[in-house]
Design a protein around this ligand. Structure first.
Ligand code: FW2
Length: 287
């Protein structure tokens, strides 16, 4: 079961800071992250240009071959250009959100989009299903009907929804994308998790996986609840922005900033987060 980081994209003065990205990737992989999900939600993928995503793909694949590259854009030409570019690298897969924002697309059109991706590459194609963000749910039945998907990353609070992909398509990889369901995802035997917390507490995710594998449910639950407490403080401040601050707090280095309109936290918000998290940090260190 994999721990996959939807890796943050560090910005400085509006530009992607590639050095910081590489150092952060190396650090979290050293601490137990198995693979990188590049240009996802936490990586602010929809806010990146084609050229920026190509640059990230290149540096990510210099750190590990276990890269899943998120290629969704709102025009299929950029998607196909990025898929073609990805072919140059020995990576694990490309993933895409379904076409978003336009509610008028039919199921046939969404399926056609994924089939076009599959036809354009020999790399495995994964679905990134995040209905709350993209306004469309591609459930297990529809994913199966698409016919060529090799994996799914499912972000929603419903574990049964994710298990349905595994039930209808046992041969594909199914990952959960919710920080609050790490323990549960391991316990039901999903292929792993792709969660933002892998950026700031990768070691804790490793401990949860170990505890589940050893049958130590109490320990896994205590660790999971501490993550939930972090989420309770960070979410109202803006989770995407908070992840940068949480990297600073837990990993002890400057991970750059997000790109507005994902505004960096203001100083009072940073202090509030640091204060709330300091007690959780102490407890985590003891477990
Ligand atoms: C991503 C993820 C994780 C998110 C989840 C929501 O791409 O950022 O879906 O952590 O914030 O895979």
């Amino acid at each position: 079961m994999d721990i996959i980081a939807p890796i943050i994209t560090p910005f400085r003065s509006g530009k992607v800071d590639v050095e910081t990205f590489i150092n952060h990737a190396k650090n979290i992989m050293k601490k137990g992250v198995d693979a990188l999900f590049v240009a996802g939600t936490t990586g602010l993928g929809p806010a990146l240009s084609l050229e920026e995503r190509e640059a990230l793909l290149e540096v990510a694949s210099s750190v590990t071959r276990r890269v899943i590259m998120q290629v969704g854009f709102l025009n299929v030409y950029d998607v196909l250009a990025l898929v073609k570019y990805a072919e140059k690298f020995d990576i694990e897969a490309v993933a895409s959100v379904p076409p978003y924002y336009f509610p008028g697309l039919s199921q046939r059109q969404v399926a056609k989009y994924f089939r076009e991706l599959c036809a354009a590459t020999s790399l495995p194609v994964y679905l990134y299903n995040y209905p709350a963000a993209v306004g469309r749910n591609v459930d297990a039945e529809m994913a199966k009907a698409i016919g060529c998907l090799k994996g799914v990353k499912d972000t929603n609070p419903d574990l049964a929804h994710t298990l349905a992909y595994k039930r209808l398509m046992p041969e594909i990889k199914a990952y959960k994308g919710s920080d609050s369901l790490v323990m549960a995802s391991f316990a039901v035997g999903l292929d792993g998790v792709i969660v933002a917390s892998a950026n700031y507490i990768p070691d804790v995710l490793v401990k949860i996986r170990d505890a589940v594998l050893k049958g130590d449910v109490e320990k896994a639950k205590r660790l999971q609840f501490l993550i939930n407490e972090i989420l309770e403080v960070a979410t109202p401040l803006g989770y995407n922005s908070s992840v940068y601050e949480l990297v600073r707090i837990f990993q002890g280095y400057d991970p750059g900033e997000p790109r507005p309109p994902i505004y960096p936290l203001e100083s009072e918000e940073r202090e509030k987060l640091a204060k709330a998290v300091s007690r959780i940090k102490e407890t985590l260190n003891k477990l």
